[in-house]
Design a protein. Structure first.
Length: 404
């Protein structure tokens, strides 16, 4: 996480007008938690929509909770695990994944007193069991360095696939380390055992989120690459016939930046259709872009520009079918910050930009989440009020969102 750069003051100098279209009907849902909460994640397997989040239990203790959507309401939260030695960060946070009733989460546990020395610990709840197995190791090294920015999905009926940024070669736990951050992947069984662990790219951006999706031909991983010239564009690698492909830049934006923008890409897949969205700030022109692939990530169409100049990124994506998708992101309109959503398609047609909710412009508002489930699209984000935080939740009927 070398020389973190928070670009928001510059971005907000750029004014933008998103859309004059009528608003989609947003239904706000009640958050079931009670305490100071943040870092929400949504996941749907088509049958169940789950929400995970972190709650501050007292001055030194945090807990990871999850809740299930039932009858259009989120159920009473269940505690997964808690600890006093966690690394809790607005951009690198715990998440939940599901596989046919089997659940997997992770937390970030401090490994030394240095600010950025922490390990990834897994928690699993196999289907039919009542108690979580917690504190399971993911990476096999014991270096006191950074390990985080995890993405996880179901791989097959008996395993999960995970990818993460790994600092074992950085030579230290601070932001001035000499070695490069890398990205790795692993397959984990339903009991939390690591079946294999492999290096994907030996040099990546230090602290941008990773993202993973399962195509009809296997998993794809997208992330922010880092060249020797400090070009930090979005790359993809694919597992093809048992081997990982050489990382490929999805589009050569040419963003040269001597620090991490802390603003990673998101990917979704259905069959051989892949949708990737990302943030870039080439020539100080902050933009959100997306690109479609029709061959499981082997190649991509020309990128489409989403939103307006001056947007902040923090994107999420979802696919409706093999031609259409949704992109959400944070941006500004009339000097206010909003979470926006827009329908997109392979043809590049222009669809209205919809406001989902107002957002706090600071980094503490985190990374909003979006998930399609049961004919609706659901959103989760962090609300900030009087220096305390809670989870905001809402949904929009897809039929109301997709019209022009």
């Amino acid at each position: 996480m070398k020389q973190l750069l928070y670009l928001f003051p510059l971005i907000f100098l750029l004014s933008c007008q998103q859309s004059n279209e009528p608003e989609a009907q947003v239904e706000f849902l009640t958050f079931p938690g009670n305490g100071i909460s943040s870092l929400s994640v949504l996941t749907s397997d088509g049958e169940n929509l789950l929400l995970s989040y972190v709650e501050q239990l007292n001055d030194s203790t945090y807990g990871l909770f999850y809740s299930q959507l039932k009858n259009e309401q989120f159920s009473n939260p269940q505690l997964i695990t808690q600890g006093t030695d966690w690394f809790v960060n607005w951009a690198d946070f715990p998440a939940i994944a599901q596989n046919k009733g089997n659940l997997l989460t992770h937390i970030l546990q401090k490994s030394a007193t240095d600010s950025y020395a922490y390990d990834i610990k897994l928690n699993v709840l196999p289907k039919g069991q009542q108690s979580w197995k917690t504190g399971l190791p993911l990476h096999q090294d014991s270096t006191l360095t950074e390990h985080g920015f995890v993405s996880a999905i179901a791989s097959n009926d008996s395993t999960f696939f995970l990818t993460w940024l790994d600092g074992r070669n950085t030579g230290g736990s601070g932001h001035e380390h000499a070695g490069a951050m890398s990205i790795r992947a692993a397959e984990v069984d339903l009991q939390g055992n690591v079946r294999w662990d492999e290096l994907l790219d030996a040099r990546t951006c230090d602290c941008c989120q990773t993202s993973v999706a399962m195509t009809g031909k296997g998993p794809v991983v997208v992330y922010r690459n880092r060249s020797d010239r400090e070009i930090r564009d979005i790359a993809i690698t694919r597992l093809v016939e048992g081997n990982w492909t050489e990382p490929m830049i999805i589009h050569a934006d040419g963003w040269e930046i001597k620090g991490c923008p802390v603003n990673g890409p998101k990917v979704a897949a259905r069959g051989e259709t892949v949708l990737v969205s990302w943030f870039t700030d080439v020539n100080q022109s902050a933009q959100v872009k997306l690109a479609f692939s029709s061959d499981a990530g082997g190649s991509f169409d020309a990128p489409q520009l989403i939103g307006a100049s001056g947007d902040m990124g923090r994107v999420d994506v979802a696919l409706l079918d093999e031609e259409n998708g949704l992109v959400s992101w944070m941006g500004m309109e009339n000097d206010s910050t909003f979470l926006f959503v827009r329908r997109v398609n392979k043809a590049g047609d222009e669809f209205p930009v919809r406001r989902v909710t107002t957002m706090d412009l600071t980094r503490n508002s985190g990374f909003p989440q979006m998930e399609i489930h049961g004919g609706k699209v659901y959103f989760a984000w962090t609300n900030l009020e009087q220096k305390e935080s809670s989870i905001g939740l809402s949904s929009i009927e897809l039929t109301g969102l997709l019209g022009q």
